[in-house]
Ligand binder design. Structure first.
Ligand SMILES: [Zn+2]
Length: 356
């Protein structure tokens, strides 16, 4: 790709040129790349305007006064580092002299970024007074300033995805640099990460591919020491407490000791409920519960425990959060929706970029 204008959150372009990517830019799964928004601190707009053909102010779609989110705009290679809003042009990815920058981003990446900042339990709440959109802008702005002050440079590869990741790593900028000679693998870097037809079907495929199990779900585990602290708590009381905890906290409690793994058992019902509603894996927010239930009712294999699928197999898969360019290595390479692969990739980039 000749241009160094791209979405800093995913490394993907804003425009697919014909005859370069060996794919059809008109396909529905690629249209998300053409929905580009400008994200900035509001004051940056007046300083980065370079061509004013109207006094009309661009519409701010953000509900947070601390951040500007533009309406949809588009970009083509002849636009260089300028984006048009209304009748005016704005210079992007350059410091306005006051520490503010206008970031052009895919709307889909902004939405994924806001979900990461809002839902991920490991994210610092230092900037709680800001909306997720404001925190996303803040994160990008601080990273830009850090790169500038540390001598890393102010190249547009804000998170050093290209220099720190090997070719073939989902976080590398493969989508930018090596599309022309990477077979067909580039499609997954460019497929719509929001609208993913078949994501529920993929989960069902994973369940079906799970080896048959029989007998009790948890093997007999004997504690190696006597109970201490919270481990002494009666099971009934622990049940009441865990019923009020977020699912991720219940999992953490379960894993904290061998004794607690016995006292706080996690069965297929637990995993199924909280995977399906997105509580355990917030990057999977759009499973179709009805589709899952219909299929389970129709095809449940009662030789499996409780007549349920082994949801732990899905949990193990989703815990990866990131999948190799080369596939899953478990016979499901063909089944993973390309959009889901791309969503996980973008989610991981943003998650890694968040302050601890
Ligand atoms: Zn993007």
């Amino acid at each position: 790709m000749d241009s160094n204008i791209f979405c800093v959150l995913c490394g993907g372009p804003f425009h697919l040129e014909h005859h370069i990517y060996s794919l059809n830019p008109q396909k529905a799964v690629y249209q998300w790349m053409y929905d580009v928004r400008l994200l900035a601190t509001p004051s940056a707009l007046s300083r980065q305007i370079i061509g004013v053909y109207s006094q009309e102010q661009p519409t701010n779609l953000s509900e947070d006064d601390n951040v500007f989110l533009s309406q949809s705009t588009q970009w083509k290679i002849t636009d260089s580092d300028c984006f048009r809003l209304g009748e005016s042009y704005y210079c992007v990815l350059t410091d306005d002299g006051h520490g503010n920058v206008i970031f052009p981003l895919h709307h889909a990446c902004i939405q994924i970024g806001c979900r990461v900042l809002e839902l991920h339990p490991g994210i610092s709440r230092v900037t709680d007074q800001l909306s997720p959109l404001g925190r996303l802008n803040q994160m990008l702005r601080l990273q830009f300033q850090y790169n500038k002050s540390s001598g890393v440079g102010v190249g547009h590869d804000l998170f050093n995805l290209n220099s720190e990741n090997q070719t073939g790593d989902p976080r590398s900028l493969l989508a930018m640099d090596e599309l022309g000679w990477w077979g067909d693998e580039h499609e997954k870097f460019l497929t719509d990460p929001l609208e993913i037809p078949g994501i529920s079907q993929f989960i069902l495929d994973v369940l079906r591919a799970t080896p048959r199990t029989s007998g009790p779900e948890s093997p007999a585990v004997r504690p190696l020491r006597s109970a201490e602290s919270i481990e002494k708590m009666p099971n009934e009381l622990l049940d009441i407490i865990t019923a009020h905890l977020p699912p991720l906290s219940v999992v953490a409690l379960h894993r904290s000791s061998r004794l607690l793994s016995l006292k706080v058992p996690l069965d297929a019902h637990f995993y199924r409920e909280y995977v399906a509603n997105g509580s355990l894996f917030p990057q999977v927010w759009d499973l179709d519960n009805e589709e899952l239930e219909d299929d389970e009712n129709e095809k449940a294999d009662f030789s499996r425990l409780d007549g349920l699928w082994d949801w732990k197999s899905v949990v193990r898969l989703l815990q990866k959060k990131e999948f190799s360019v080369y596939g899953l290595g478990c016979g499901l390479s063909e089944a993973i929706p390309l959009g889901f692969w791309n969503r996980c990739r973008i989610w991981r980039i943003i998650e890694d970029a968040c302050p601890p």
